[in-house]
Structure formats: structure tokens, C-alpha cells
Design a protein around this ligand. Structure first.
Ligand code: GRG
Length: 293
């Protein structure tokens, strides 16, 4: 398999599935819809919906019920980026190679745009109820989506991160932050893919574990890229952790050891996926370790 070509093809497929749900830029709230679409169409990796689609297919899913959930997950992720860049949080000027939302649309509309995306995510996921007669899987997938994005997931992790900025942090607290701020949406994506395809609760738990390892590895790689990457490649500022005096795996372990930790976690994630025999997923996990953005 030519992995790069395959990644490009499948990412395009993901984008087509996600973009069909974007709001029309019309009527009085057209400007809000424009801000939403400015963000949703910006060149992100689409990692979470890609993982969801791949796991759905790995467990034998063939229909389109996964599409509204893929869109919802990317919307929640995009909402988190918009709000994270706001002056009250990281105050960043660039994201995904573009000016951040508050720089283009002003702070008030950027706040509303993040809110709108979070709400629109659930509005979109609810569409799945009218796509299949048996709605049990959709209900379970929605439970996972809500939990992984909220106080017991991404938002919980982000709150601990924000409240402890510029303070010394224990490894235990850092792991809590990474597990929730970053890994929760990755876990949720993999779990929802499994649930919608009809996987058992045990298999779904296995995907949660794999997502946890992958999410941690992904965040550690993000820490490393903040030190070793370039603004051009990443499409966002570098050295922001140093600027914000953040504790990261790089400050705790140094770049080389952090890389080894991330590699080990990736191997753990791959092991949890073996037996499922998905060559593309295995290659994707390896690729995430050598990514430059
Ligand atoms: C709701 C304010 C708020 C925050 C939630 C997820 C998050 C917490 C903030 C976003 C900023 C951040 C650095 C999160 C850690 C996870 C992470 C590395 C996000 C970037 O994800 P990528 O690399 O981005 O998948 P693209 O642009 O490719 O989609």
C-alpha cells in the first residue's frame, strides 16, 4: 500500500462526509456561519473523524450512520481550537496556517462561533436518529460523545491545564491533563466508530484503551513539535509552551526521552489494534510519530 496516497484519499473522503453538514451562509446569522466555515474548512488533519471512520470499517460498518458523528467530532474539536486561541486563554494569532477567528471576526463573534460549533455538533449527531430504525447504537454513541467532550473529558482536562499555568506540576497532574484535554476526543472517536459498527462493550473498551495510548503519544509529539517544529510546517506559533511557562513531557523528560515515551505508547496502541488486521491504521499510527504538523 502506498500510505501517503491512501492517507490523502481517505482524508478527502472524510472531508466530503464532514463538509456536507456545514451551515449555509445566509440570512441574518450569515456572518456566524461564515466564521464556522472559515474554521471547519481550514487545513486540519481531520485525525479524529478519520480514526472514527477507520475503526467503524474495521469492525465491519458499511453504512453512512458514522458520517454525522464524524462531523460532530470535528466540530467539537474545532470549537476547542477557536476558544483555546482566544485572548483569555492562549491569545494566539495563527491556527491551521490561517489568522485565528478572533483576529478575523473579532472576539465576540469568535466566542459565539465556538459556542455555535459545539451546539451544532450535537444538532448534527442527532440526525443519526432518523437514519436507522434501531436507535440503540446512536444513543450509546451520543453518550460517549457528550462524556468525552465534557467535564469528565476534554473540558475537565482543559480546566486543570488553565488553572495550573505557570505553576510546577506533578507528572500525575500532567497525565490527567493529557488524558482528558487531548486523549478524550481520540478515545471517543475510536469508541464511537466501534459502537456504531456493532462492536461489543468489551471491544469498545479496548478502543478506549488504544485511544488513551494514542492520545497521550499524540500530545507528547505535540510538545516535541512545539520545540523542534517550524511555524510554517505547523501553521501555528512554536515555542508557545516556553512562552506560557508550561510543564510538558519535554520539560519533564527532555526531547529524546519524550520521543521514546511517545514511541512506546504508540506501540501499545498498535498492539491493542492487532488481531483486527488493519494495515492502514497501523501505518497511520506510525506516521503520527514522524508527523511534522
Ligand atoms: C474548549 C477552550 C477549550 C479547550 C479544550 C482541546 C483543547 C482543550 C484545546 C485546543 C488546543 C490544544 C493544544 C489541544 C491539545 C490537543 C491538540 C494537540 C490539538 C491539536 O489537534 P490537531 O493537531 O489539530 O489534530 P488539527 O488542526 O490538525 O485538527
Amino acid at each position: 500500500m502506498n500510505f501517503k496516497e491512501e492517507l490523502e484519499r481517505r482524508t478527502k473522503e472524510v472531508q466530503e462526509a464532514v463538509f456536507q453538514y456545514l451551515p449555509r451562509e445566509e440570512g441574518f446569522p450569515a456572518r456566524l456561519a461564515q466564521a464556522v466555515n472559515y474554521n471547519m474548512t481550514a487545513p486540519g488533519k481531520r485525525l479524529r473523524p478519520l480514526l472514527m471512520m477507520e475503526i467503524y470499517r474495521m469492525y465491519g460498518g458499511e453504512g453512512e450512520i458514522v458520517y454525522p458523528f464524524m462531523a460532530a467530532m470535528e466540530m467539537i474539536h474545532t470549537h476547542s481550537l477557536i476558544h483555546d486561541d482566544l485572548p483569555a486563554l492562549d491569545n494566539d494569532d495563527y491556527r491551521r496556517g490561517r489568522k485565528t477567528t478572533h483576529k478575523v471576526y473579532g472576539e465576540a463573534l469568535a466566542v459565539l462561533c465556538g459556542d455555535a460549533l459545539l451546539n451544532y455538533a450535537y444538532e448534527t449527531a442527532f440526525l443519526a436518529f432518523s437514519m436507522e430504525e434501531d436507535t440503540k447504537k446512536t444513543a450509546r454513541a451520543l453518550q460517549i460523545l457528550g462524556r468525552k467532550a465534557g467535564i469528565h473529558g476534554m473540558l475537565g482536562g482543559q480546566s486543570v491545564d488553565v488553572m495550573n499555568e505557570k505553576k510546577e506540576m506533578s507528572r500525575q497532574m500532567l497525565d490527567y491533563i493529557y488524558e482528558n484535554k487531548t486523549a478524550a476526543l481520540i478515545e471517543g472517536s475510536m469508541m464511537i466508530g466501534a459502537v456504531l459498527a456493532g462492536a461489543s462493550e468489551r471491544e469498545t473498551e479496548k478502543m478506549e484503551e488504544a485511544g488513551s495510548c494514542l492520545g497521550l503519544a499524540f500530545q507528547i509529539q505535540d510538545d516535541i513539535l512545539d520545540v523542534t517544529g517550524t511555524k510554517e510546517e505547523l501553521g501555528k506559533p512554536v515555542h508557545s509552551d516556553e512562552k506560557n511557562k508550561k510543564t510538558t513531557y519535554v520539560t519533564l523528560q527532555g526531547v529524546d526521552q519524550a520521543q521514546k515515551t511517545a514511541e512506546k505508547l504508540t506501540q501499545d496502541a498498535k498492539r491493542l489494534l492487532t488481531g483486527e488486521k488493519d494495515e492502514f491504521l497501523q501505518m497511520l499510527l506510525d506516521y503520527l510519530m514522524i508527523r511534522k504538523k
